[in-house]
Design a protein around this ligand. Structure first.
Ligand SMILES: Nc1ncnc2c1ncn2[C@@H]1O[C@H](COP(=O)(O)OP(=O)(O)OP(=O)(O)O)[C@@H](O)[C@H]1O
Ligand SMILES: [Mg+2]
Length: 254
């Protein structure tokens, strides 16, 4: 098994706030790698470091064996890393399909001049983007919302459409920041099943942040537990649930 991402002694500071403190771990190809921990523990900061929005204050991050310090967020996306956000970031006044097409367009190859000419090649690329989008729509079972405007859709469906847009980028690694946040039990079970399908059927490496220990224990292959910017535990999800330091962090002790 090879590593797709490694954190090597990564620290991240914002003025007086130490968001990450000497964090090291490796994410293996084809794992479903969960990151859990209390509020402010540094979980989102890890995802922002992976996709290049934040650069470590010290330490280094490798993505597909490349040092990320030289990589712009666009370069990292082009290496095959896509994500969803803790707060949904969709175009609210556009339809579900149009939002998903934006993801798929990352894969099609045409420059501004060629699109002006509207050549045969552009039409073919457009068809390819539509095909990718329709496949994702089938996969996530959102056919009925295709032409709905984002604003008109229930929160749980909006979250699924954001997942669809990330999948339409045909990533090798998918970063999910609290995909089940704010969902009811049924919606949480649905999204957990889709995340498992993405991992098992599409073979995508998934990095999943969640607060919900139960969901993580159900679906993750590996877990890192963060607390106050530090890695408290790494290993098997079932072991995490039994670990005293983890239990204390969750109870707000220690
Ligand atoms: N851009 C920023 N500027 C200043 N401080 C930041 C920034 N991003 C994160 N932080 C701080 O870094 C720490 C870790 O934040 P982070 O968002 O990574 O936590 P989290 O584990 O995702 O929390 P939550 O569960 O609430 O989403 C917090 O103290 C936060 O306020
Ligand atoms: Mg967060």
């Amino acid at each position: 098994m090879s590593n797709v991402i490694s954190f090597n002694d990564v620290s991240l500071r914002f003025g007086g706030v130490q968001a990450l403190k000497n964090v090291s771990f490796e994410i293996e190809e084809n794992s479903l790698f969960a990151i859990i921990g209390p509020n402010g523990a540094g979980k989102t900061s890890i995802l922002n470091c992976i996709n290049g929005i934040y650069k470590p204050t010290s330490g280094s991050i490798n993505i597909f064996d490349q040092d990320s310090k030289d990589l712009h967020p666009d370069n990292i996306a082009n290496l095959g890393v896509s994500r969803t956000f803790q707060n949904i970031e969709l175009f609210e006044n556009m339809t579900a399909l149009d939002n998903i097409l934006i993801g798929a367009h990352r894969h099609v190859d045409y420059g501004p001049v060629r699109s002006l000419l509207f050549s045969k090649k552009v039409r073919q690329e457009e068809e390819k983007a539509r095909k990718i989008s329709e496949d994702v729509i089938d996969f996530l079972e959102i056919e009925e919302y295709r032409y709905s405007y984002i604003l008109s859709l229930p929160y749980g469906i909006q979250k699924r459409i954001e997942l669809a847009r990330a999948l339409a980028m045909q990533p090798k690694v998918l970063l999910l920041d609290e995909p089940a946040a704010g969902m009811n039990n049924e919606e949480t079970e649905d999204i957990a099943r889709f995340i498992l399908d993405v991992h098992e059927e599409l073979g995508i490496t998934v990095v999943l942040i969640d607060h919900d220990m139960n969901m993580v224990m159900d679906i993750a292959t590996d877990v890192v537990v963060m607390d106050f910017g530090e890695k408290l535990f790494q290993g098997d999800p079932q072991e995490a649930a039994k670990n005293q330091k983890v239990i204390d962090a969750y109870l707000g002790v220690g």
